[in-house]
Write a protein that binds this ligand. Structure first.
Ligand code: NAD
Length: 469
């Protein structure tokens, strides 16, 4: 078993608090034990990151670009090891873990190549006014357990490219892929530029309060996002909060090519066993096609091979942790008790590991918990509607707004898509995130933008220089 340690100022350091176990969700065995950082170690990491900022922030954009491409090279060299760690602590099938690492490397390269120009606001006879963009300082990155490697990259790379330094805290459910990533990054980057601490939610809260951190990049639940906002208020930290979602998908009446469409819908709903922030989490279907859609989705669900992500042929892994499995069971049982029809699945598998088969729930409406709450697991509720306007109202009847989608004839679908209350609307697609396309939520899905030029600018502050001629 590899001995993982904290990484502060380029050095591996044992955690001063008690180590904790991380389970393999495929069989509930202990995958490895993880170090836990003390408050003193947090202070030390933040001090080192502030010290490193003094020189890292003065490097040129091109110097940082070259180093970040070297990081991408290193990730690609280590893809097999990184993917295996992800499968064993996160649970997803191997092909998906490989996609996570490979796409992560591509994301690094795209972001490394972004440039920030100085903006000339006025260049007249009397004045030259220009707006520059400066890095913020030390960024705290706090990440969740669903796409742990990818999301860490989403925080780290734009922060570094803009000239900031980092203290990262991965989820204590899936810490090892990010510990290994930071180890690899330290082979390339100057010491202190990227530091990693592991520990529980208390550590995340202390980072959010820490005077030496200028911004928290957070991806996780809405509840934690609120708590971070509270903690960050004393030091007036900037925040990017990418929080929970409950994305609606609407299939337009009389839709053609249902088979192809439902394959797309299944994939975007059950991607990563449904544990994806912008997965399609509730589906609205016109009454004329309702039964057919439910049956066809069940056929796709039943064709999945549920098992250990390390086993060849597995297409569907376990839920990542017991608490999430319990929530999924609770929501499905609540639906059953209130008269819903379980079209397929609906029971955890009776074996070791947190297995829950892909489940389709019919005969539900917006009053059911499985529709109102984010299930973040392998269950899709399908809701019947009779008029498009009704479907739109039901889709927007949510306190969160990350993504949404409309499926069917392109022109009408695009018109409806624009009326969805969310950060991204897809047409005949869902959950597609791309390195050049800004992504973020509205309402209780948080605020701030990730990806693309706009995402990079979130790790900077403006500095205007006004020169009298
Ligand atoms: P979580 O909020 O429980 O934990 C996320 C991280 O925050 C972990 O590292 C955790 O240790 C830390 N944390 C917990 N309490 C904290 C506190 N009080 N202060 C600071 N840090 C704290 O979320 P999760 O269960 O790991 O992830 C699932 C949730 O994340 C879902 O709601 C999902 O929708 C959301 N998510 C959103 C996006 C997005 O881009 N919008 C992406 C992935 C996941």
């Amino acid at each position: 078993m590899k001995d993982y340690q904290l990484i502060i100022n380029g050095e591996k350091i044992a955690g001063e608090n008690k180590n904790f176990d991380v389970l393999n969700p495929a069989d509930e065995s202990v995958y490895n034990t993880c170090p836990s950082a003390s408050d003193k170690q947090l202070d030390f990491a933040v001090n080192c990151a502030n010290e490193a900022f003094k020189t890292w922030s003065l490097t040129t954009s091109n110097e940082r670009k070259i180093l970040l491409h070297k990081v991408a090279d290193k990730i690609e060299e280590n893809i097999a090891e990184l993917a295996e760690i992800i499968v064993k602590e996160q649970g997803k099938p191997m092909f998906l873990a490989q996609v996570e690492v490979g796409a992560g490397a591509a994301w690094v390269r795209y972001t490394a190549d972004l440039e920030i120009e100085v903006e000339t606001i006025e260049d007249s006879e009397t004045r030259l006014i220009q707006m520059h963009r400066k890095p913020l300082g030390v960024i705290g990155s706090i990440t969740p357990w669903n796409w742990p490697f990818m999301i860490a990259i989403w925080h780290m790379i734009p922060a570094l490219k803009a000239g900031n330094t980092l203290v990262c805290k991965p989820s204590s459910n899936t810490p090892f892929n990010t510990l290994r990533l930071v180890e690899i990054m330290n082979e390339v980057l100057p010491k202190g530029v990227i530091n990693i601490l592991t520990g529980g939610s208390g550590l995340g809260s202390k980072m959010s309060k820490h005077e030496g951190i200028r911004k928290i990049a957070f991806t996780g639940s809405t509840e934690t996002g609120k708590s971070i906002m509270n903690d960050a208020s004393n030091s007036l930290k900037r925040l990017t909060l990418e929080l929970g979602g409950n994305d609606a998908g609407i299939i337009l009446p009389n839709s053609q090519n249902l088979d192809e469409m439902l394959n797309g819908i299944f994939q975007s709903s059950f991607l990563n066993m449904g544990q994806t922030c912008a997965a399609l989490k509730r589906l609205y279907v016109h009454s004329d096609q309702y039964d057919e859609v439910c049956e066809k989705l069940a056929v796709i669900a039943n064709s999945q091979v549920v098992g250990d992500g390390m086993t060849e042929g597995t297409t569907f892994g376990p839920v990542q942790n017991k608490a999430q499995l319990n929530l999924v069971e609770e929501l499905v049982n609540d639906a059953k008790a209130n008269g819903a029809k379980i079209v397929c699945g609906g029971e955890a598998l009776d074996k070791k590991g947190f297995y829950y088969p892909p489940t389709i729930v019919a005969d539900v409406d917006n009053s059911f918990r499985i529709v109102k709450e984010e299930q973040f697991g392998p269950v899709l509720p399908v809701i019947k509607y009779n008029a498009i306007q009704e479907a739109l109202l039901l889709a927007n009847d949510s306190e969160v707004g990350l993504g949404g989608s409309v499926w069917g004839e392109k022109e009408l679908a695009s018109e409806i898509a624009l009326k969805l209350e969310c950060g991204t609307s897809w047409v005949n697609n869902h959950a597609e995130v791309l390195p050049h396309v800004p992504f973020g939520g509205c309402k209780l899905s948080g605020y701030g933008i990730e990806f693309g030029q706009e995402g990079l600018l979130e790790f900077t502050q403006s500095h205007v220089v006004n020169i009298t001629k």
